[in-house]
Design a protein around this ligand. Sequence first.
Ligand code: HEC
Ligand code: HEC
Length: 384
Amino acid sequence: MALAAALLAVSATAFGLQASEALKAPNNDWNWALPQGFPQPRVPASNPMNRGKVAIGHRLFYDTRLSGNGTQSCSSCHLPELAFTDGKTTPVGSTGDVLPRNAPSVANSAYHRTFTWANPALTSLESQMNVPLFGTNPVEMGVSDKNRGKILRRIKRDRWYKKRFPKVFRWSKKPVSWFNVVRSISAFQRSIVTGTSKYNRFLGDKANLASDERRGLSLFMGEEGECHHCHGSFIFDDQSTYAGAPVERLKFHNTGLYNVGGTGAYPTGNQGLYEITGKKKDMGAFRAPSLLNVARTAPYMHDGSVKTLMDVVDIYARGGRIITDGPYAGDGAKNPHKDPLISGINLSEQDRRDIVAFLKTLTEKDYSKDPRFSDPFKKKNKRK
Ligand code: HEC
Ligand code: HEC
């Protein structure tokens, strides 16, 4: 709880937000190339999209000079070839701190209503970025009061940035500022909207699903599988939002992954919404993540404790996970805080394989092969 409160305090003060500056943004020259069925993303009035800003954010996202000791960039834990996740159970920050949670994708994050695994207070990409940049518990990028000026000087000295910042942030007295760094990276992340998966092409009548994938789809969308209740949106979550969307109640769910010692508890440090609200009923409640690209984002769940998609489906079929020994032993299926929709499903071996086959149709074209999103510091991706 202390952590959440501290983060909120940071977001209000970290940049000394200059509202008047925010209103004088350059002309909006942005065109969304929206996939079929994807609505217009919501963009904060204080940070309109434009191409120059997205280009700066793209480079900064991959720039290790942005971390205190120059060893990490955002892309260290959000790799394009792994759909902007990192393949690890939990990542390690730039100074060696182990993070408690698995790195989620930043693709299609323009549509998220809240950010990170269970924090209803982080409602914009801009505010989320305080965590990796300035967070101290744990340290990720390791930007602090001591080095924040020095890091900006590194950016200012770079010829590529020197040319672009003053153009894009014409009205800023100091174009290279943390405020503008955060706005640029947010705009880049917002720009990562794609719908190239086989399932998307199927929706547009441009691809066929094989018979196992179709059976998986109907199990996923049907009342037996129940998956669609929490993963039923166009990005397969239940919190997504877009321009003009009605405001719905925010949902977080306990899916019965733990029941430490039969008390209903989740492991300390990873107790979900409970860490923010302190309410027992929120124990183990996490956000249902988007399932786009899920075949590339293993390992799974908030703590990366589930290795394969088949293991995930087995847990849902059982109605929770049983852990037989060790410090976290307990039967998650009997967790008193579990969402009633996680009640166990009668699935044959073939059904399980079909669901996994369907989940694999949600894989997008490799982001590391798309020059709009790939690492601009890699020679082969250089545009100019
Ligand atoms: C050391 C690894 C690491 C680094 C470096 C890192 N992140 Fe993350 N990121 C994570 C983890 C872990 C989470 C989940 C945190 C949580 O749920 O508490 C996360 C969550 C996010 C989310 C939320 C996504 C969602 O679906 O809710 C965004 C957006 C994000 N990071 C952007 C960034 C940006 C931008 C940077 C660079 C300024 C960055 N990250 C640097 C590990 C990292
Ligand atoms: C009651 C809501 C709910 C239902 C029903 C549900 N899920 Fe989930 N799903 C979640 C939540 C919440 C998480 C994250 C849980 C955590 O990390 O503790 C999750 C995580 C996942 C993940 C891991 C994703 C990742 O990136 O780590 C997959 C895969 C998944 N669900 C697939 C399914 C399938 C398949 C079904 C149907 C058999 C299903 N879900 C039904 C809420 C639900």
